[in-house]
Structures are given as C-alpha cells and as structure tokens.
Design a protein around this ligand. Structure first.
Ligand code: UDP
Ligand code: MG
Length: 340
C-alpha cells in the first residue's frame, strides 16, 4: 500500500506530500540553516516527496525572514507564524493542523533530534507502525538536576497518570496521518503532548536515538516552565491530586474520633483539666494548612477548567508562508477559520 502511495505522490508540489516534518521554532535563526542542510538530504533519500513546516512561535529575532528566504529557495519549506509565543506544545498543534503528509515527523529545530533517525522512523512506518517514537538512550545533554527531576516526574506520572509514558519518549516521532487526525481533534489548552501521543494509542514502536548537544543558543525551558509543564501533565492525565483529599479527610476524621474518645475517657477518669494551649494551636495550624493545600489543588483544576471553557482558539496565525489557510475537514477543529 505504501508502495502505491509513494508512486502516486512522486510529482507532488501541488499534491499532498508523502512526509511532512513539523518543527516549532522560537528564536532559532542560527539553527534553521544547519538543520535544513542535514534534514533535506535525509528526506530526499527516504521519501518520494516532503514538506518541512516550521512553526514560528512568536520569534523576536529574524527567524521569520530566514524562513521566508528558505521558502523562496525551496518551496517545500513552509512556515506558519503565530501571533505571539504560545509555547512549544501549541506550536506543535499548529504544525499538525497544517501538515498534509501521509505521515508527519515532529522534531526540535535545534539539532538535538538527529535528522538521520527519520530514515528508521520511515522504515518502521512502512512496516505498518503508526506511532513511531524516538527514545532517547541517554540524557547526557541535560543537566544532572533536570535529569533527576525528569526521572522522578516520569515515575510519578507512571503511577498516577491514566496512561503510561514509554521510557525516554518525547516529541521526536513519526505519526501516521490517522494518528495526526486523532490529535487534531484534541483542542485542549493545557497540552501535554507526550501524554496525548500515548493516549491515542495506535500501533507504536520505539526507535532509540542519541540526543545531541544543542547546536546554537540555549534551552528555552527554565525550571519554572518545566515545573508548570509537569503540573499540566499530571493534572491533564490524573485526578488523583483531587481524590487524595477525600482519603486525607477520612483519615483525619478517624484521628479526630480517636482523640475525642481519649479525651472523654480521660475527663471521666481524671476530671476536667484545661491546659492544652500548645496542642490546640498545633492542631489548628495543621488543619488550616491542610485545608489551604487541598483548596489550592482544587483551585488548580478549576483554573484549568476555566481556561478550557473559554473555548478560545488554541493559537492565532499572523502569516503563512507557502501554506493555504485551513479548510474545514472531518478531523480538523470545529469550523476551522483562519484563526484556528
Ligand atoms: N520552542 C517553541 N516555543 C517555546 C519553546 C520552545 O517553539 O515556547 C521550540 C524551540 O525553538 C525548539 C524546540 O521547541 O525548536 C525545543 O526547545 P528547547 O530546545 O529549548 O527545549 P529542550 O531541548 O531544552 O527541551
Ligand atoms: Mg533543545
């Protein structure tokens, strides 16, 4: 079937390409040239036709000018420029909305995801896998603290999340058009793509790859951003943080009952005894703390519900380079307009 697919798509500039590559970019002007130099020959060697869609996530440097020039030199290089920085997860969603390939590869633009691995991705896809994910074999490119926190997070997610994440799997992956269609209908704002990729299922397989050092510039993710991202992930895929307060409440009620019985018995045996200021203060502050904490957790969820019910578009497009505006189709978001 794929054989036939590649034959019918060989002359595709106007037609849908066999493979779309989606790369979110935020101030990556130095990396685009080196990436294209390595990526284009790889794609030429393994698919019959391709497009590379850069999603300019509100860059403030000359990333967009470089992309326009790249499109002028090779029309298969295209770009969607978002109206501001919406974050990598939303940028990927914008790229997937615009990708027309029979398969889509998602990759970072900083050369940390080696383009050569795409050959193996395509080979696995042709074997019938629809969700081919890159699995990083070591995280030497990250700082030891980030590695430790990442490992802890995955362990926690594995035990409380509604889906389990394959070890070392991230955004670098190939998705068949059917899997992309599934992702397109998920318009949630608190996006945790890694969870969504796992949630959609489809025949999946991992392809190990070694993460390279960032070519130019530094990581766009601070520890604060990563913490918020981790919270988004946990809260989008688990309600355990909400449920846990019911258990804490039950445990505390039993404790209170036990204490009440103890004090009643003590009063009956030894008579009334008033001292207890210290224990009162401790229990008041302790329970006030617990209540605020549980309210805070509930607040986090309500905040996320609020963000979703506003039903704002996921992103706004300021400019498209070599790409047509989205048209409504089965798998797109409801009534796609120019501002989806
Ligand atoms: N990125 C983006 N929007 C953002 C943050 C990052 O489009 O708000 C892009 C960035 O340009 C890069 C990719 O996402 O192509 C991965 O970012 P980065 O290398 O900073 O992340 P890390 O490798 O540290 O996880
Ligand atoms: Mg990177």
């Amino acid at each position: 079937m794929n054989e036939a697919r590649s034959m019918t798509r060989s002359d595709a500039v106007s037609r849908d390409p066999e493979l779309s590559v989606v790369a979110p970019v935020w101030n990556e002007s130095e990396n685009i040239g080196p990436l294209l130099e390595r990526l284009a020959p790889v794609l030429d060697s393994c698919v019959s036709s391709f497009e590379i869609i850069f999603v300019d996530d509100g860059s403030t440097d000359d990333t967009l000018e470089i992309l326009r020039a790249a499109h002028g030199a090779d029309p298969r290089i295209r770009a969607v420029s978002l109206s501001r920085n919406f974050g990598k997860e939303v940028a990927i969603a914008a790229g997937l909305d615009h990708a027309r390939g029979a398969a889509v590869v998602i990759m970072d633009a900083d050369l940390q995801h080696p383009p050569e691995t795409i050959r193996t991705f395509v080979a696995r896809w042709r074997e019938g896998y629809k969700n081919v994910f890159g699995q990083r074999i070591d995280r030497a490119a990250d700082s030891p603290l980030r590695r430790l926190l990442t490992q802890r997070f995955y362990r926690l997610f594995g035990s409380v999340g509604e889906t389990s994440l394959p070890e070392g799997a991230g955004d670098f992956r190939l998705l068949d058009a059917t899997a992309v269609a599934a992702l397109r209908v998920m318009r949630e704002h608190a996006r945790f793509s890694k969870g969504l990729y796992a949630w959609i299922g489809f025949k999946s397989i991992g392809v190990p790859f070694e993460v390279e050092a960032r070519a130019h510039g530094s990581s766009k993710f601070s520890y604060l951003k990563l913490t918020n991202f981790a919270l988004d992930g946990l809260m989008s895929f688990s309600t355990l943080p909400l449920k846990v307060w019911s258990y804490v409440g039950v445990a505390m009620s039993f404790l209170a009952l036990a204490m009440a019985s103890f004090y009643v018995a003590r009063t009956l045996i030894f008579g009334v005894d008033v001292p207890g200021y210290a224990s009162l203060m401790v229990s008041i502050t302790f329970f006030a703390g617990i209540q605020l904490l549980s309210l805070g957790v509930i607040g986090e969820y309500i905040g996320r519900i609020f963000a979703e019910v506003k039903r704002r578009p996921l992103y706004l497009v300021e400019e498209r380079v070599g790409l047509a505006p989205l048209v409504s189709d089965d798998c797109g978001p409801p009534a796609q307009r120019d501002w989806t």
